[in-house]
Each structure stands twice: as structure tokens, then as C-alpha cells.
Design a protein around this ligand. Structure first.
Ligand code: NDP
Length: 295
């Protein structure tokens, strides 16, 4: 991982909370790290820890063979990378894009990189900033496997687990979207549950230990129902949709009796009723995935 002629081992473009965590982990691992951010000043702590501050994105791009970009979305990625001087500096180097966006944007960025002679890997970070540099971090990658293997020693400095999902460049973003779908709908459910519980005189702290128990039921259910979803078995034994929908109706009822918007639960209940209407009342909840997927 040593570098020649004053070059850094890695450049980090974008020093929001995540970019700073990534750069901090590279420094912690003893890698020469160059950093840049659109708004100046966000590099202060990193520079105090030994990072080199670049005066421009182009200077930062030229500083390392491996350039990690982590900004809010791909509009921001475009604003940084597609400046002429930056694109010129990146020619022949590798960009690992750890910003979040859609698979289509990942594919478009890969096409742009290809036209400009930039080697390109796309990635997604599935865990919060506090995990970076620890065994708990989770990184997903997609793109040319040989490129991934070549840069893996530097990426390993970020800690955690790294999974290469395949050469199709949009794959990491596709996993990211599906996994964030799980996360945000679950968090919306939790926020709604806290509002209803509060209206019934239950504090969030009182509910939290039991909510954790509900959360713990989910991982094995994900595994079991994955089999159903892939094999089309839809076993509703033990908890058919007809039973699930009645429990959902109670939640809507209590929520609305307190004047609390039940939109989140009404959406879930609506999906279940649609599946029942199509004759799948005896199937398990995951039949909804198949119903939603019909074109
Ligand atoms: P943000 O998502 O808020 O991104 C902030 C960064 O984006 C800053 O460096 C900001 O620069 C830059 N930026 C925004 N717009 C532009 C632009 N037009 N041109 C140049 N730079 C721009 O914070 P994070 O650092 O937390 O997230 C970065 C990425 O990491 C996101 O895609 C996020 O989804 C992903 N991620 C974050 C996690 C987290 O826990 N924070 C967890 C997993 C993934 P400036 O300082 O100049 O505004």
C-alpha cells in the first residue's frame, strides 16, 4: 500500500459525516490520504490527523491512483467529477463511488467514466458512520472484479465486510435501494408506533425494549419468507393474510381514534386487502411481493 513520488494511497472527495469517517479510517490505517470538500473547512480535523488538504477537486483527483467519492447523491457526484479538469486528472485512475443513488445513475456514471478513460467501481455503505473502521461496517461493491481485487487492500482499511456483488455496475445500488426500502418503511412504522403509544400514555423508553423484541422476530422471517418468495410457495400456515389484515385494521382504528394519521398502516393494510381480493387470503404476507411485482 506504499506510494511513490509523494502520491497518496487514496483520495476522498466529499467530507460530509460519511466522507470524514472514511478518510478517518484510511488515516487510522496509516494510509497517506488526500481530502477535498466543496465547502472549505470540513477537513480541519483530518488535516490535524495527517491528511493532505487539496486546494481543488482536480488536485485531489491527481493525488492518488484510487479516488473515493462520497457525496449526497449522483447530481453532486456529477458536479464534482464532470468538471473538465477533474475528469482529465482522473484519466487512468480508479474511482470508487460510495455515494448513494439509483442503479440507473450508477450505470450512467459508469458510461461517463468509460468515455473518459476512468476506471470505475460503484459501491454502497449499509451502516452508519460510527461503524466505519470497525468490524460492524458493511460495504457492497459492483463493477469489474479485477479492479475490485486490485483496490481491495486499501478498501479493507475501512473495516467491516466488503462484498463484491458482480460486474454489473448497477447491482450495489440495486441492493442499496432494496435494503433502504426495508429500513425506511420499518422506521416509518416505528415512528407511527411511537405516536400511537404516546397517545395511549406509553413513553418511547417504555416501548423500546418490546420493540426490540419485535425487531428480533424479523431476521429469521426474512430468511424463511425468502424461500417462499423465490420458490412461489407463499405458505400462510400460522399467519394467513386474512388474519394479518384484521390486526392491521385494529392499528388503523386506534390510531385514527387519537386523530393520528394512519397513512403508513393504511398503505400496508391496502396491499394486504388487494392480495386477499385476488384470492390469496390463505397465503402468507410475502405473497404481497408477488402481487406488487405483477405488471
Ligand atoms: P450527506 O448525504 O449530507 O452528503 C454531504 C456531502 O455531499 C458533503 O461533502 C457535501 O459538500 C456534498 N455535496 C452535496 N451537494 C454537493 C454538490 N452539489 N457538489 C459537491 N458536493 C456536494 O452526508 P454523508 O456524508 O453522511 O453522506 C454521504 C453519502 O453516504 C450519501 O450518499 C449517504 O446516503 C451515504 N451514506 C451515509 C450514511 C450515514 O450514516 N451518514 C450511511 C450510509 C450511506 P458540502 O460540505 O460542500 O455541502
Amino acid at each position: 500500500m506504499s506510494t511513490s513520488s509523494g502520491q497518496s494511497a487514496v483520495t476522498v472527495l466529499g467530507l460530509g459525516p460519511m466522507g470524514r469517517a472514511l478518510a478517518g479510517a484510511f488515516l487510522e490505517a496509516g494510509l497517506r490520504t488526500t481530502v477535498w470538500n466543496r465547502t472549505p473547512g470540513r477537513d480541519r480535523e483530518l488535516v490535524a490527523r495527517g491528511a493532505t488538504a487539496a486546494r481543488s477537486a482536480a488536485e485531489a483527483a491527481a493525488a492518488s491512483e484510487l479516488v473515493v467519492v462520497c457525496v449526497v447523491d449522483y447530481d453532486a457526484v456529477d458536479a464534482v467529477l464532470r468538471q473538465e479538469r477533474v475528469a482529465d486528472a482522473l484519466e487512468g485512475r480508479t474511482v470508487v463511488n460510495l455515494s448513494a443513488d439509483t442503479p440507473a445513475r450508477a450505470r450512467a456514471t459508469a458510461r461517463w467514466a468509460d468515455r473518459h478513460g476512468v476506471r470505475y467501481l460503484d459501491g454502497a455503505i449499509m451502516t452508519p458512520t460510527t461503524t466505519i473502521g470497525t468490524p460492524d461496517a458493511v460495504f457492497l461493491h459492483s463493477g469489474p472484479e479485477e479492479l475490485y481485487r486490485r483496490h481491495r487492500p486499501v478498501l479493507d482499511a475501512l473495516g467491516g465486510t466488503h462484498t463484491h456483488l458482480g460486474e454489473e455496475i448497477g447491482r450495489a445500488a440495486a441492493y442499496d435501494i432494496a435494503l433502504l426500502d426495508v429500513f425506511w418503511t420499518a422506521m416509518a412504522g416505528y415512528a407511527h408506533a411511537l405516536a400511537v403509544a404516546r397517545a395511549e400514555g406509553i413513553t418511547a423508553r417504555e416501548l423500546a425494549p418490546f420493540a426490540r423484541g419485535i425487531g428480533a422476530i424479523l431476521p429469521p422471517l426474512f430468511e424463511e419468507t425468502a424461500r417462499d418468495a423465490d420458490e412461489g410457495t407463499w405458505s400462510g400456515e400460522g399467519n394467513p393474510l386474512t388474519s394479518a389484515v384484521s390486526s392491521m385494521a385494529h392499528i388503523v382504528q386506534v390510531s385514527e381514534s387519537h386523530g393520528i394519521d394512519a397513512g403508513v398502516m393504511r398503505a400496508a393494510e391496502g396491499l394486504a386487502r388487494r392480495a386477499i381480493g385476488l384470492g390469496h387470503g390463505g397465503d402468507g404476507f410475502i405473497r404481497i411481493a408477488e402481487v406488487l411485482g405483477r405488471r
